[in-house]
Ligand binder design. Sequence first.
Ligand code: BGC
Length: 721
Amino acid sequence: MILVCGLSAVAEDGTLPPYKDASLPVETRVEDLLSRMTLQEKIAQLNQYSLGSNDNVNNNGEQVKVLPPEIGSLLYTADDAVSRNAMQKRAMEETRLGIPILFGYDTVHGYRTIYPIPLAQGASWNPELAGEACRVAGAESYYAGIDWTFSPMVDVARDPRWGRVAEGYGEDPYLTSVFGAAAVRAYQGDDLSEPGNIAACLKHFVGYGASEAGRDYVYSEISRQSLWSTYLPPFEAGVKAGAATLMSSFNDISGIPGSANRYTMTEVLKRMWRHDGFVVADWHAVRQLVNQGMAPDDATAVEYAINAGLDMDMTDNLYMPHLEALVKSGRVSVERIDDAVRRILRVKFRLGLFEHPYTDIKPENERILLPESLDVAQRLAEETFVLLKNDAEVLPLKPGQKVALIGPMAKSRKDLLGSWHGRGREEDVVSIFDGLSEIVQELTYAFGCGFEGEDRSGFAEAVKAASEADVVVLCLGERYSWSGENASRSTIALPRIQEELLMAVRKAGKPVVVLLSNGRPIDLSRISPAADAVLEIWQPGVMAGPAVASVLTGKTNPSGRLNVTFPYTTGQIPIYYCQRNPAREGSQGRYQDIPSTPMYEFGYGLSYTSYEYGPLSVSSDTFTVNDTVTATVTVTNTGDMDGKETVQWYICDPYSTITRPVKELKHFEKKMIPAGESRTFEFEIDPMRDLSYVDWKGDRILEPGDYYIIVKGRKVRLTLE
Ligand code: BGC
């Protein structure tokens, strides 16, 4: 395609065209610019190429050396803004209309200051703190030349074999919605054009978490009912929070792939939810419509994708060569092209790119790994840790205890970064060993064994270290590459050798604290009974070591709660808390060979202190659709250590025309409760928002009858009259 370059949009009398006038409303500027664009210029806006080397092994994108400056977007993987500015200069100065390029990147859980993986963030039940991390991540990205992050991932995921469970906020639609919306608001701020703010991208639209058997890129079987009640809510919440963009998903949704799905992208997103930003394809998702058996060739794939509502093609370079012919032959309308271009231009105007196309170049020490950013990283990591077991109060470690630190994770750095760690570097990470060495006087170390394999030669040294210590901290878990994209596993158990190391070490007769770092729920059916304490630390990012040291020694009281069920074994998958009632009661329908209940359930987590819940009261036990009911509970910290408690509010609708889960999380709040003190927690119940359900068309339904509000085993009935 030949583009007309070098001509100016400036009128002969020297006045600026309306689209360059920042005082005009965005819509006026969009329409003015659109009216000046040729078909080729419009089509160019619908493409994303890449610049810099994309080191995601799944996306071996070629280094594009000669890029058309009229391009809509670039996936930008350089470390600073220098090449962005050079490329942007071409867009601004060498093209007829001077439309700035939008630079996108996967800042998923930090850019250089790497935070806990999103799955861990969800376990903090502290969306404000996770938002602080996103703000830092956004600012670090911004000053590296990035306008747009492909985050947050709000795919509800209930199959921990799927590696991408690490990238989302867990199994629950509500908790995922709250964290997703918090991330959107944090990245984007109140005004997208302010320095440090970047556009968010909700991904992967939609249902990617339902990938069959936890394999990646495969078919997903999703009924319209599940689509509406499980997979769409976090996207709707993110759209309401103002997300500028969405990314279409790879998965085939019951026969119509996400990237060619007119129902989800056009009917739901653009018509019902009135989203006016754009949808970008996932990486090569347009070409993959051929692999998926939908489009016989590339041109047809482009036709299906754009007509379904997919506005921008990510890196597979298919819109550029095919769209013009498709428009000329009438297979794609000019109206659809215009609609897609409008959406992309809108985001560029809102970002202020026409006024500030270039990034200020700042030295690294002014933009990455700043002390305040590391502070957020440590506080967030500490709040994500979930204490799963603590027999005989073996934790916190007691002053003066001799500690043996053992296991493959003890000195690892890279594995603590997790997958999709942006520009994070191994050398930025404080290891568990280094973190503990700062605090524990008498610390010995033994390697024990690798993450996998058959080499048991380190066992003897590990057992010796254990027998000479007062307590063992055994660091087990998963390598960073065992979760994330294209990282499915057939079993969620750790490799046998790690379990064997535990069995060997415990023979020393000393209390054993197992520290687990992983990107998915793990089968703990053998590990947990053999350990005295188990602390889940997920993949905590750069401040792993200090965060672990603080929690192990009791400087910080663990306050994480599971946001994903830990199955007893892989055979229980899928298992999640908000299942529906079975047809038969009692013991029927259970597994014969393993328990039917999970190892650790959603919402579970221990503390170094104890909390006592008072009675649950409601402002009224009957209500009408327009009433608000307030539920209240008082929680007392009855132990002798300050702690943060999260009150989890569930509802239950025991009988409804379309059956509902046994309980559904609808609200949560985390508060610090000093030792000996009490705090009151409230849930303002808006019946339509909190008690209704959604049907397979997306309509909200509130049926008369009884509902229950549930908090920590307490239950009160509310009746809709
Ligand atoms: C992933 C996306 C990511 C994109 C760009 C894809 O392979 O599925 O989550 O945003 O690559 O790197």
